[in-house]
Design a protein around this ligand. Structure first.
Ligand code: ATP
Ligand code: LTN
Length: 328
């Protein structure tokens, strides 16, 4: 089975990224032939700092390994190192609907947040479709926010197949049962977003110091009442905390609920913070060790790029061919 996922190098990664992304990558790599792509071409679609992009690409590589990816087993690479991605995006733009792109929630939300809305922010899902389809992917581990983008990739693949001949298989999304949509601790009706301001108290970053994490959980918004009970609609704040606790410790909701039965929220919030600190501590330590050796990171990235180039080339060639381009 072919597995593919992408993650943007920009922004300090959050425990939402851990729950919906990193954690699933490490699990799925055991189930087949896996590709994980640092999608730097996606990162230029909103305001960014070029120097920061360079270093955050290596930061993310180190984080992917620190959270359990094995570079000997999975192909981990940088999108811009494999020119097939930019080419596939252009070719697929012929079979992607303008109307469907305009309906993407992420485009609408990010478009509202930024003064300058780039054309790239609009065509972003086409690039993502190319990422997935170039590798004949079966399974895409992602968080809930990427559901619509995956649907668009499947639609583009179907349109391509029916217009130019069977070329792509249809990828399926894989969403975690718990933690597919971690919410902001200060605003549990909104997704915990990587691109929120760095000082945002509702966003817990994977590299936050223990004291910062404690403080963020202590001040998390809860709901009226005192019951620690999972009810997404009625108690969004407490439910989000239960889910985070479950991601951090592997316990069921029922077990967590019964432990805090009749105890109110104060102690519960503190304990969720401690569970997250415990989860992140070994990851942070491993991350620092890996990040310190840039030469090794570069060496591994070159190997990943070679493998990804070789794997994507036949599908790209088939796309050009079926679309009628005169080939040399
Ligand atoms: P932004 O929030 O700025 O749109 P992002 O965090 O979604 O960025 P990436 O860092 O590329 O962008 O996301 C990597 C993975 O993390 C994706 O599969 C995404 O679905 C998942 N993810 C992101 N935020 C959350 C969240 N709050 N809960 C669960 N999964 C998430
Ligand atoms: N759009 C995704 C990142 C992404 C991706 C992909 C995920 C780019 N290409 C291919 C899965 C498969 C995001 O913002 N999280």
């Amino acid at each position: 089975m072919r597995i593919f996922s992408g993650i943007q190098p920009t922004g300090a990664k959050t425990i939402g990224n851990y729950a919906g992304g990193f954690r699933q990558y490490a699990e799925t790599q055991e189930r087949g032939d896996a590709f994980f792509c640092i999608v730097d071409l996606h990162s230029i679609t909103v305001e960014y700092d070029p120097e920061e992009l360079r270093s955050s690409t290596l930061d993310l590589y180190a984080m992917l390994i620190a959270t359990g990816l094995d570079p000997d087993r999975s192909t981990i690479f940088v999108q811009s190192h494999v020119s097939a991605h930019a080419e596939a995006a252009w070719l697929l733009s012929a079979v992607t609907s303008y109307g469907q792109l305009g309906r993407m929630t992420q485009f609408k939300e990010k478009g509202e947040r930024h003064e300058f809305v780039s054309a790239g922010l609009f065509t972003y899902p086409v690039l993502m479709a190319g990422d997935i389809l170039l590798y004949q992917t079966d399974l895409v581990p992602i968080g809930d926010d990427q559901r619509q983008h995956l649907e668009l990739a499947r639609d583009a693949a179907e349109r391509f197949n029916s217009r130019f001949g069977e070329t792509f298989g249809l990828p399926e999304g894989q969403y975690p049962e718990i933690g597919a949509r971690v919410m902001d601790l200060q605003d549990p009706k909104s997704k915990m977003s990587t691109s929120a301001p760095i000082a945002a108290q509702g966003v817990v970053r994977m590299l936050d110091e223990p004291d910062a994490i404690r403080k963020k959980f202590k001040s998390a918004v809860t709901d009226s009442g005192r019951d620690v009970r999972h009810d997404r609609d009625g108690k969004p704040g407490v439910s989000n905390l239960i889910e985070i606790m479950s991601v951090a410790t592997g316990e069921t909701f029922a077990k967590i609920e019964s432990r805090y039965d009749g105890q109110g929220y104060g102690r519960f919030k503190e304990d969720v913070g401690e569970a997250v600190i415990e989860l992140l501590q070994p990851i942070q330590q491993r991350y620092r060790e890996l990040r310190a050796d840039e030469r090794e990171l570069h060496r591994l990235l070159e190997l990943g790029a070679d493998k990804a180039r070789a794997e994507s080339a036949p599908t790209l060639a088939a796309m050009y061919d079926r679309m009628g381009f005169a080939r040399l």
